[in-house]
Design a protein around this ligand. Structure first.
Ligand SMILES: NC(=O)c1ccc[n+]([C@@H]2O[C@H](COP(=O)([O-])OP(=O)(O)OC[C@H]3O[C@@H](n4cnc5c(N)ncnc54)[C@H](O)[C@@H]3O)[C@@H](O)[C@H]2O)c1
Length: 265
């Protein structure tokens, strides 16, 4: 897949990985709709890139419809959808029902709703590309946050299912699973109301591997899309960790318990 000339929607593109993806796509010749809950951030990024901004909650089906209609009206049919917006959520068993619902809505159902609107048209055209931003937490786990771990696993599961079900009808799917990336999410937004759990989660991520820049991640995404790889791993060591988990689940869990105890000191 060559991104030049393609029409793309990037959610959560007002900051962090989404903003870097939007910039990389525009640099590669794509026409981009920048979507974010924070309309001012979306407008700022879009203004810098000569792109179009749409503000709103991308877990809301009406907002996703507006994104698609705007892209079609201004640029033409949507070729690429980056389901990138994501939130952390609560800490552990003390996470509230609202924290669970919000994480499920933004990290999973936003993807399901976008696919529901886009995939039938892509199957008809025989082409389309859905890029999920999950996380290494979706393959491994996230120390400190149950809602984040669970919803990122679900995001990986939905991306796998999409690829398996529509891959032979021209629909490409990739799933981005980074560890630490230098964004607001990693500086406390991951678990906003529980500073102790947030500190533990951040320590786990920064101890496990290098913290990459959003630009490095965006470059990796575009390279992986050119090769049409499903799993996008900006931290290649995640594949080894995932293999260890698959090879011996009990041993992996014991290792994770030891790692967590070490982080807690
Ligand atoms: N930063 C990391 O270390 C890291 C690691 C793995 C995965 N991720 C994932 O990368 C994605 C992007 O996160 P980031 O690190 O760039 O964080 P970020 O906080 O810098 O950016 C996220 C953006 O998404 C927007 N957003 C949140 N909820 C939204 C909603 N309902 N509708 C529209 N926009 C919404 C926010 O306003 C923000 O601009 C997330 O899915 C996150 O889970 C991040």
């Amino acid at each position: 897949m060559d991104i030049a000339g393609k029409v793309a929607i990037v959610t959560g593109a007002g900051a962090g990985i989404g903003a870097a993806l939007a910039r990389r796509l525009v640099d590669g010749g794509a026409r981009v709709v920048v979507a974010d809950l924070d309309a001012d951030s979306a407008a700022k990024v879009a203004g810098e890139l000569g792109a179009i901004a749409v503000g709103g909650d991308v877990a809301d089906e009406a907002v996703i419809s507006t994104l698609i209609e705007t892209a079609e009206r201004e640029y033409g049919p949507v070729d690429l959808y980056f389901a990138n917006a994501g939130i952390g959520g609560g800490p552990g068993l003390d996470s509230t029902e609202d924290q669970w619902s919000a994480a499920i809505d933004v990290n999973v159902m936003a993807h399901v709703r976008a696919a529901r609107l886009l995939v039938p048209g892509w199957v008809e055209r025989g082409s389309g590309y859905f890029v999920t931003t999950a996380s290494a937490a979706g393959l491994l786990t996230q120390i400190g946050s149950a809602p984040y771990s669970v919803t990122k696993h679900a995001a990986v599961g939905f991306a796998e299912w999409l690829s398996m079900t529509y891959g032979d009808q021209g629909v490409r799917v990739s799933c981005l699973c980074p560890m630490g990336v230098d964004t607001r999410l990693l500086s406390g937004d991951l678990i906003p109301d529980a500073p102790e759990a947030a500190a533990l989660a951040i320590k786990a991520v920064t101890t496990a591997g290098k913290v990459l820049s959003p630009e490095e991640v965006a470059d990796t995404v575009v390279a992986a899309m050119a090769a049409e790889h499903f799993l996008i791993l900006p931290h290649p060591e995640v594949l080894d960790m995932y293999r260890h988990k698959g090879a011996d689940y009990d041993r992996w869990l014991a290792g994770m318990r030891r790692f967590q105890a070490m982080l807690r000191g």
